[in-house]
Design a protein around this ligand. Structure first.
Ligand code: NAD
Length: 496
């Protein structure tokens, strides 16, 4: 893929979309309020964003409901819906440079990541779910022998999506692609830290041919716009990615409003287990370093707890540190930079306070631990490794969401499993071993939605993504994602 190099100069060409997108047009917040959109790269204000609240959410939900009930999208033949979504994916791909630049400026991730991974991932997600539309068949049940039992999927109606800032457009696409493919209308509330790409992509959706009111984006804060969407009486389902704390609020909002269907993807504290018989420690070390430092650790499946067998510990940690040392934070707009900034000053300070906590609770800081590049005006933290961590320390229990690795040593597989599962989370677990028996045994015993063997990242869009325990419930990715956005209807036809 040819990637442009002159990213800095190209920022002057950008035209920020900073209003809500409702019923296929950009509009100010009803209150007229705005908030500052700050780039974490240098702390500069990029633009003022419409600060939407309950009134704007209601307007968007009404537009989504009207479009849904009109059947303009939901009742289109599958092949036609597919064509529109293919065009949408093509437009996203055609605007990849612009969208990648917006993502990097808004969120601070390296341009190489947003241009090569995030935006192609968004176009690929839309295309994947579009392709599925006319490949999914409904069912006929054996019923009672006296009639015909039809089991059909129907779109739910209006879907709300409240999404985070770590992969701003990709996490939105994981919701909107299957929701739209199933025939729903959607209202997206992007994170206040990173609304720019969702707002820009909304007009591409309209250009692709999504009818009025099907695709709406309402920016604003969680406590106002996010809560209003969660509590709205005419939203049929709400898909959330973010913290466990806020995920629990959505269950409450649902219970106190219309019992809308909730699905939650709420992060984790993933164990990455290095068994004594790991075939290639160098490969495992490199992936382990990437598994925690990629995106500056702001990844819900970050391999943040390194569980290493005592007999390989020393050699392994040396290698992880070697890779970590090479991942120097740099200017996100430079195409060779591997590690960008944290999403904002708050998140940087939050991560730095966890580092202090690790030190004060007795873990040994063996790499990094500080803010860097202060002169840039942005918010950068170097790769940080703690050794001699015990699983009851705060840095082993809480999701830090930063480039901070906690290393715990174990003596045997039973102990590794006990430590790995001793967490409130259950999003992902990784195990490294050359023994196929150990691989199966560990994979079965690990309580996580995804278990990787001999990698920290595998499967892609073809496999369900979601959590056990307080990592949430419901699955993104794969055909199972449709389960969240469809009703199952049973129709029985008596044959006389
Ligand atoms: P968050 O849960 O506060 O925010 C996620 C989304 O929820 C945002 O769109 C936000 O505006 C909205 N929101 C916030 N408070 C709300 C409320 N009271 N009602 C309705 N909506 C609300 O996450 P954050 O503040 O962006 O980050 C805090 C922590 O969450 C992170 O440090 C990390 O631990 C976790 N996180 C996890 C993921 C993930 O992918 N699982 C992503 C981002 C953050």
């Amino acid at each position: 893929m040819a990637v442009a190099e002159n990213w800095k100069e190209r920022t002057s060409e950008l035209d920020y979309r900073n209003q809500a997108f409702i019923d296929n047009e950009y509009v100010d917040a009803a209150s007229g309020e705005t908030f500052e959109c700050i780039s974490p790269i240098d702390g500069q204000v990029l633009t003022q964003i419409a600060s939407c609240d309950a009134e704007d959410i209601d307007r968007a939900v009404r537009a989504a409901r009207t479009s849904f009930e009109s059947g303009a999208w939901a009742d289109l033949p599958a092949a036609k819906r597919k064509r529109v979504l293919f065009k949408f994916a093509d437009l996203i791909a055609a605007h990849a440079d612009e969208l990648a630049l917006l993502e990097t400026l808004d969120m601070g991730k390296p341009i190489s990541s947003s241009r090569r991974e995030d935006i192609p991932g968004v176009a690929g997600t839309v295309r994947w779910f579009a392709e599925a539309i006319d490949k999914i068949y409904d069912e006929i049940s054996p019923a009672d022998g006296k009639g015909l039992g039809l089991i059909t999927r129907e779109p739910l109606g209006v879907v709300g999506a409240v999404v985070p800032w770590n992969f701003p457009l990709l996490m939105a696409a994981w919701k909107f692609a299957p929701a739209l493919a199933a025939g729903n209308s959607i209202v997206i509330k992007p994170a206040e830290q990173s609304p720019l790409t969702a707002l820009r992509v909304a007009e591409l959706a309209a250009e692709a041919g999504l009818p009025q009111g099907v695709f709406n984006v309402v920016p604003g804060f969680g406590t106002s716009a996010g809560q209003a969407l969660g509590r709205h009486m005419d939203v049929d389902a709400l898909a959330f990615t973010g913290s466990t704390e806020v995920g629990k609020l959505f269950l409450k909002y649902s219970g106190e409003s219309n019992m809308k269907i909730i699905s939650l993807e709420c992060g984790g504290k993933s164990p990455n287990i290095i068994m004594e018989d790991t075939e290639d420690l160098a490969v495992a070390a490199q992936e382990s370093a990437l598994g925690i430092f990629y995106n500056s650790g702001q990844v819900c499946v970050a391999a943040s707890r390194l569980l290493v067998h005592e007999n390989v510990r020393e050699a392994f940690l040396e290698k992880v540190a070697e890779f970590g040392t090479k991942m120097v934070p740099g200017d996100p707009l430079n195409s060779t930079t591997k590690l960008g900034s944290m999403v904002d000053e708050n998140q940087m300070n939050r991560v730095l306070s966890y580092i202090e906590k690790g030190k004060s609770e007795g873990a040994k800081l063996s790499l990094g631990g500080s803010q860097v590049r202060q002169n840039s005006g942005g918010y950068y933290i170097e790769p940080t490794i703690f050794d001699q961590v015990s699983n009851d320390m705060t840095i082993a229990r809480e999701e830090i969401f930063g480039p901070v690795l906690s290393t715990i040593t174990f003596k045997n597989p039973e102990e590794a499993l006990q430590i790995a599962n001793d967490t409130v989370y259950g999003l992902r677990a990784n195990v490294w071993t050359s023994n196929v028996n150990t691989a199966h045994k560990m994979a079965k015993a690990l309580k996580a939605g995804t278990v990787n063997v001999n990698t920290t990242d595998g499967g892609g869009i073809t496999m369900p993504f979601g959590g056990y325990k307080q990592s949430g419930f419901g699955r993104d990715s794969s055909l199972h994602a449709f389960d969240k956005y469809c009703q199952l209807k049973s129709t029985y036809i008596r044959i006389t």
